[in-house]
Ligand binder design. Sequence first.
Ligand code: HEC
Length: 224
Amino acid sequence: MKKEFPVFILGLAAAFIVPLIFLIVVPYLQLSDAKPENYSEEDDVVAAWAYPAVWTGANKEGEEVYASQGCAYCHTQMVRPTYAGADMWRKGWGGNEEEGLARETRAADYTNDRRAMLGYMRIGQDLANVGTRNRDRAWYHQKLYNARTQNVDSSMPSYKNLYRKQQIAQPSENAIKLKGRFAVEEGYEVVPTEKAEALVDYLLSRKMDAPIPGAGTDEEVAAK
Ligand code: HEC
């Protein structure tokens, strides 16, 4: 009995340490210094020069806003492999289907992200490819200001804190179009703050459907 106790404790420790090493430490060492990879001529990609596309604009600040506002409580950013879920059957989730780009998410898709916002629950849609599905800035601002302007039953919270109500001096181009019960008083308009603009830049950058360097075109892959 006395001899068994240390063995039991050792076994218990191993049961925690071994998975920790293989599930966390090894993947971290393998993937943490991933850098964007340039496309070669054989890849025949004209839309971008590197995979994943190098960030421009205010995406970094947008990522901070996404994290701080808790969007990841309700939205994932990961298109699961078909063996693990039905994501690829949902239109637009896997990316640009018309151009044959739709695919599952891979680890390298998060190369530019400081934090990979995987999320853990899907109350709203997966956002891994929301930037492919919708490119209309005004649509994003309207949804963030108040999702019920687009969908009366929406359970997405309103992020009015990212918007500013101001007196109209000269009507702003980016003022949100608000009708009916959402309209603000005459002479006032609602405009996005810098944080809201950065968040929309970040959402527009969510396009995890870029071709993978060295993978060949769809036809080549099919022929192999
Ligand atoms: C309490 C849960 C919840 C939180 C938190 C939340 N959302 Fe949503 N979101 C939803 C739901 C539900 C929908 C679907 C209904 C709708 O379109 O309004 C949605 C829809 C969306 C859509 C449209 C997706 C599509 O494909 O049509 C976008 C974009 C979006 N949310 C962005 C955000 C961002 C950015 C944040 C953080 C600032 C956020 N959401 C926080 C629940 C949430």
